[in-house]
Design a protein around this ligand. Structure first.
Ligand SMILES: [Zn+2]
Length: 65
């Protein structure tokens, strides 16, 4: 089964889309493992990158509340 992003033919993940990124962050504030999220490894890497960028720009808090 294609992953969430493959289904949407997403080549890049918008780091400003924090609503989406939050789905990939566990309640502990960690990025969820791809086993849990069901995204493919290439998109998992892009999600992680987008989350890190969003945190850097303070769009996402380093740990969720
Ligand atoms: Zn994918």
């Amino acid at each position: 089964m294609p992953c969430y992003f493959c289904q949407r033919n997403a080549k890049s993940i918008d780091f400003k889309n924090t609503q989406l990124l939050r789905k990939f962050i566990a309640s502990s504030g960690k990025i969820r493992a791809k086993k849990r999220t069901g995204v493919c490894s290439s998109h998992q890497r892009k999600v992680a990158q987008a989350i890190k960028r969003a945190r850097y720009l303070a769009l996402l808090s380093p740990s969720s509340k």
